[in-house]
Design a protein around this ligand. Structure first.
Ligand SMILES: C=C(O[C@@H]1C=C(C(=O)O)C=C[C@H]1O)C(=O)O
Ligand SMILES: [Mg+2]
Length: 441
């Protein structure tokens, strides 16, 4: 029997699932055409909602609903990955992220670490959509699992157009304000401080309040349309808040034993025309302060990868052009040793000096002592993990949308040669895209 309604098709597959098929992880799939995946996600009542699209040109677009299983620690996640790999067969994708400081995450409702195996997945690659239902039979009663899956399918709704973004008048408050920021930069760039801590990435929270908040998914849809070459993500764990972002920076991508990572640090604005844009790019590559920001990141990545891998190779410094900013980037490739897991990589690599500093401990101590806003999942990790491959972004260029405020986050690497006013302007260029979408540009 061939059913054209994808939900009916999945129900049918669920009802006719053979007893021998009720083993380990099972994914039931059917073709499904949806115009706008974010629009489809936005109308669903089942939480959590996750949106994930990697930055590669042909990347799969994923939206997920609900959770078959959720993990608040990397140890638990890795144990589950290993358990399913042991059973064999198709392996699932887990989606989620981690706070900047997993031991003290700071945002209510956002655990230090949260990855989940979704109940429902809708994915699209090269125009082809697939709706999937995920089930687990290894550690639970099959009848209960099937009943829960049915309950989830029963409440799926048809796609609706996303609401329009209305131009609200927002009140803006920066934490810290510019004067205090300047004092921090002076302190970090004092020769005594630079002597023991050459880089600290300081951050600012820009709090925007208005009587009404925009729909976070409509905001993400607009934001991503103007952010090619970036990762796109959104997560909604509870009804009235969401965390979205379009980060340009990869934490790492793993395909089997092959690891790709990068040092993305050093920033300038875009030019008014092609000539000025090129002049700004050339100046950025030649600039000592910006090169030092980048160097701090790649040196630490190379040091951390050394014991975990072989054949570590780094490419030339080059420029990445985004809508409002240009960055220096160096790509790094390595072959991981046989037993190295995502759990290990995620325990070692973040926070990189792109968002923390060097040495890590003293940079983090400075951040904790001075920043009064909670970074939460800003500057943390977001992405997809599976047995065969993983892809994770550094959660920058992001917004937390709550019931009363939108909180934007931006950081800047403070090193020898940093000037308070220039670094303050750099924070503004980093939030320029989302600010203009909100009518605040
Ligand atoms: C910390 C952020 O970005 C980081 C800091 C950069 C810099 O200071 O030049 C550039 C890219 C990222 O490494 C952010 O966007 O919030
Ligand atoms: Mg910088």
């Amino acid at each position: 029997m061939y059913l054209t309604d994808p939900i009916e098709a999945l129900k049918h597959q669920l009802d006719t699932l053979g007893e021998t098929a009720k083993k380990g992880f099972v994914r039931l799939s059917t073709p499904c055409q949806v115009d706008n995946l974010v629009g489809w996600l936005s109308v669903q009542s089942v939480l959590p909602h996750i949106y994930w699209k990697s930055r590669d040109a042909d990347a799969v677009e994923h939206v997920t609903l609900g959770a078959v299983k959720a993990f608040d620690s990397l140890v638990a996640l890795q144990a589950d990955l290993a358990a399913l790999a042991g059973i064999g067969g198709e392996q699932p994708d887990y989606f989620g992220g981690m706070a900047f400081d997993p031991d003290s995450p700071g945002w209510q409702h956002f655990p230090g670490c949260h990855f989940l195996l979704p109940r429902i997945e809708l994915r699209r690659q090269q125009g082809v959509g697939t709706l999937s239902l995920n089930l687990r039979f290894d550690d639970r009663c099959p009848d209960t699992e099937i009943a829960q899956a049915h309950a989830c399918l029963a409440v799926l709704k048809a796609e609706k157009a996303l609401p329009r973004l209305l131009p609200y008048i927002y009140q803006r408050e920066d934490r810290p304000a510019q004067k205090e920021w300047a004092a921090w930069v002076e302190r970090v760039t004092h020769p005594n401080h630079l002597g023991h801590t050459p880089k600290v990435v300081l951050s600012r929270q820009t709090c925007l309040t208005a009587p009404e908040m925009p729909n976070p998914w409509a905001l993400l849809a607009h934001w991503q349309a103007g952010a090619a070459d970036c990762f796109h993500f959104g997560i909604q764990l509870t009804p009235h808040e969401a965390f979205i972002g379009c980060p340009p920076e990869r934490l790492y991508k793993r395909e089997g034993r092959h690891l790709m990572t990068e040092a993305l640090a050093g920033t300038t604005r875009r030019g008014q025309d092609a000539l000025q844009d090129q002049a700004l790019a050339d100046a950025l590559l030649a600039d000592k302060k910006n090169s030092l920001e980048n160097q701090c990141v790649y040196q630490q990545l190379l040091t951390q990868l050394e014991p975990l891998s072989s054949q570590v190779q780094m490419g030339e410094a080059h420029i990445v052009k985004l809508r409002s900013v240009q960055h220096i980037r160096r790509l790094i490739h390595a072959e991981l040793h046989q037993d190295v897991t995502d759990q290990q990589l995620l325990a070692v690599l973040p926070p990189t000096p792109a968002v923390g500093g060097v040495p890590r401990e003293s940079a983090l101590a400075f951040i904790h002592q001075h920043e009064r806003h909670q970074r939460g999942w800003y500057a943390g990790v977001f992405g997809r993990i599976s047995h065969t491959s993983s892809d994770l972004a550094v959660a920058i260029r992001c917004a937390h949308i709550g019931p009363e405020a939108i909180r934007l986050y931006a950081g800047a690497g403070i090193v020898a040669g940093s000037q308070p006013d220039e670094e303050w302007r750099e924070l503004d260029t980093k939030i320029a895209d989302i600010m203009s979408l909100l009518g605040m540009g």
